[in-house]
Design a protein around this ligand. Sequence first.
Ligand code: PLP
Length: 393
Amino acid sequence: MTLLSQQISGFIENSSWIRKMFEAGIAMKKQYGADAVCDFSLGNPDVPAPAQVGDILHELADSAQEPFAFGYMPNGGFPWARQIIADLVAKEQGVDVSADDCLISCGAAGAMNAFFRAVTEPGDEVVGVAPYFVEYGFYTSNHQVSFKAAMSKPDTFELDVDAIAAAMTPKTRAVIINSPNNPTGTVYGRQEIEALAALLDAKSREYGRPVFLVSDEPYRFLAFDGVEVPSVLPLYDYAVVLSSFSKNLSLAGERVGYVCLSPRMPDRGRLMAGLMLTNRILGFVNPPVIGQHLLKAALHAQVDAGIYEKRRNVMARVLRDAGYDFLMPKGAFYFFPKAPGGDDVAFCQRLMEEKILAVPGSGFGGPGHFRLTFCVGEDVIERAAEGFRRARG
Ligand code: PLP
């Protein structure tokens, strides 16, 4: 083992793989210089936020002396911000949504925590689709709820509805899907979601309580080649959309997102009252003031998806030329290639010796693969080409 890989294996112990790689990257950049390291580890958008963000910040500075300019507000967010989200979701999902069915949260992460806290009891289960966003396990265990993974179809990462059915029990309170998907770049088709909705309908009847369909959609804006991202709200009474402005407005650090309940959901006013309470008592209290102003100003000027599409194409060429086996992502900003030799952890170590940072698929419940993000410039992707070739051997 080289000195470099010994140093790096020190990072690979606790916490999540993504964070481990992110932190390893910081240390490597310090040691070797930022330009020497090709960091594909974290989905932290580098494309600048829309110009409107800067403009509104100047305006906010001018109003900073007004009373309560940055004070507390209702736990679900400013009423005008909830109306903006209702209009947005109505347009995206093709259903009538009212502001009363939307709550502004601290990112999609805050939305998930508020939602699971509101609908689950300790001992309940949430089923997700592997490979999955690694934080789901934490966002369920925070509330003494187990996260159970159902594998997607092995060669396409499409939904395997039979596998989801097999993972469900009377304790299943929700099934969570994420499309466009992190880490695989898959976009689920309408028929797959319809089949899932039919399953959840049948299971809700069998168990005598509703099983929620949670659709985690922060990458909805980023689907390539004209691929449609189907709406879930019209397809199932107990559907819920969670999302944020972390990716489409490059505001990941601002922590602003939302939950929207299907207008078809019976008794949803009660659930919304529960969400208001959990958003408060989990310590979020209310969503950030500035984040809501930013989303109002910049919502219709989201970052240029064409930048990501170009990078995807460059990365596909680099990987193909180096002989990797991968599916072309249909959406989001991730590749999930097969790890040569099959051992994803060992292969990511090999990449690190080339000063390339990737995340082992094991961290996402997808061993045998590794994840690369293209939240970096084309020059970084090109620069990594030689290292990808050498690591493959
Ligand atoms: N869901 C998925 C699939 C993600 O990839 C992320 C962030 O990377 C989140 C949720 C959390 O996003 P937010 O920053 O809005 O909390």
